[in-house]
Ligand binder design. Structure first.
Ligand SMILES: Nc1ncnc2c1ncn2[C@@H]1O[C@H](COP(=O)(O)OP(=O)(O)OP(=O)(O)O)[C@@H](O)[C@H]1O
Ligand SMILES: [Mg+2]
Length: 401
């Protein structure tokens, strides 16, 4: 059967993605997004079989809620076929009882294509749910098979496998976050119901085009701006309407900020910038030690104007670390830096998560940088359009752009 132009283009787009990407997880993410946009449907999920187990779990989703990590047993109800051989495989559907999942009753129609190579055990399945206009047809099915086959080939080449992604209790839970700005008679709706959980010790990247609402979301997470509607839970307690004092203490002791434009105090030296913060925080880290950690002890007595952009950004990271915060928020920390300096800064952020078990939420519009994350949340036009787990996050030094 000949595919229509749109569908042929989808295959072409995925082929290009696969050539550019050095991380299979981001290829699967692209696969989910391309399928959702091309077919026009409610959701696409990519399920992978975990190595050495019978469980399938969602590694990528093109959906407005994060269902990554959802796990089910094998052989229970979702029927697909292995491309190439047409062997029938049975996979689970999203279980109805658990919180945060698409109830089975909401699934009106779906296509499931087993994700794997002929004559081998499959890696998992691609699930395409509820076509928006009309019902699924043979052409849709063929597109899903083609794209799954392309991605499976990529997986096979790279010898990819998945491990369990440990789901912990979130430190911060955002539910239905909306934000609008009112300017005279004009109201601008910027966030349209964002659901997002942040887990302790994870490196979370928020990815999205300019103007989609990333900074607005970050400002709400950081307590710098109030949401219009929604619910925030901090370490299990409702934090939707904190008092001025609570929010002040939260910003001071819980959150470390890193901005695109360093925001150092120009009339203080590097060390003084850190000492200033240390004085007002509850349990600060020693400023000299933090300078050492970002490799800039030698610049302790330099003023910001006497340092390069990369050095100033490292000082601003040291300043965030001085607060000894639970959560570090970084808004495009490398946007003003060249490639080499960006990698240095990203390496420091990587160490903060991997060696010190801190939680980092980083905003970027650079898809390559997202490959460092444990989890990637994509924002489009004020809501989440997809999420993925990187089972094998790349190191900063492996990123290329
Ligand atoms: N105070 C404000 N009043 C009115 N509109 C605002 C305000 N702040 C942000 N916006 C609008 O909200 C939208 C999202 O802005 P935001 O800064 O969150 O985007 P972003 O994703 O961080 O973009 P970028 O990648 O360019 O930094 C934009 O259209 C912006 O114009
Ligand atoms: Mg921004």
């Amino acid at each position: 059967m000949k595919l229509n132009k749109l569908y042929t283009r989808a295959i072409w787009n995925l082929t290009n993605e696969l050539q550019n990407l050095n991380q299979p997880e981001s290829a699967l993410f692209a696969l989910a997004q391309i399928l959702k946009d091309t077919i026009g449907c409610d959701a696409v999920f990519v399920w992978l079989l975990r190595e050495g187990s019978d469980e399938l779990s969602v590694i990528s989703g093109a959906y407005n809620r994060d269902l990554t990590g959802t796990t089910t047993g094998h052989y229970e109800g979702m029927i697909g076929h292995v491309m190439g051989t047409s062997e029938t495989m049975i996979y689970n559907v999203l279980p109805e009882d658990e919180e945060n999942q698409i109830p089975i009753s909401d699934i009106k129609s779906q296509i499931v294509s087993a994700f794997g190579m002929p004559n081998r055990p499959p890696y998992g399945a691609v699930q395409v749910i509820n076509k928006n206009n009309g019902s699924f047809n043979a052409e849709d099915s063929q597109l899903v098979d083609h794209l799954s086959a392309l991605a499976a080939l990529d997986f096979d080449d790279k010898g990819f496998f998945t491990e369990a992604y440990p789901k912990k209790e979130p430190i911060l839970e955002l539910k239905g976050i909306e934000k609008e700005f009112v300017n005279g008679t004009e109201t601008t709706k910027v966030l349209r119901g964002v659901d997002l959980d942040i887990y302790p010790g994870e490196f979370l990247v928020v990815l999205g085009e300019s103007g989609c609402g990333k900074t607005t979301l970050m400002n709400i997470i950081g307590g710098m701006s109030k949401m219009s509607r929604g619910k925030i839970t901090l370490e299990g307690k409702d934090f939707s309407n904190p008092s001025d004092k609570e929010i002040m203490l939260y910003r001071r002791n819980y959150i470390g900020f890193i901005f695109q434009s360093y925001n150092l105090m120009p009339n203080l030296t590097a060390l003084e910038n850190l000492e200033f913060i240390a004085e007002i925080c509850q349990s600060p880290n020693p400023p000299e030690k933090m300078l050492d950690q970002v490799g800039l002890s030698a610049k302790a007595n330099n003023f910001p104007s006497q340092m390069s952009g990369g050095q100033q950004q490292r000082i601003s990271i040291a300043r965030a670390l001085t607060k000894n915060p639970q959560l570090i928020l970084a808004d495009e920390p490398t946007a003003a830096l060249d490639y080499e300096t960006s990698i240095e800064v990203l390496k420091i952020l990587e160490d903060i998560v991997r060696l010190q078990n801190k939680t980092v939420v980083m905003i970027t519009h650079n898809h390559e940088i997202a490959k460092m994350a444990d989890r990637v949340v994509k924002v489009r036009n004020g809501s989440i359009s997809g999420t993925r787990i990187n089972c094998h996050p790349l190191h900063a030094e492996e990123l290329v752009w």
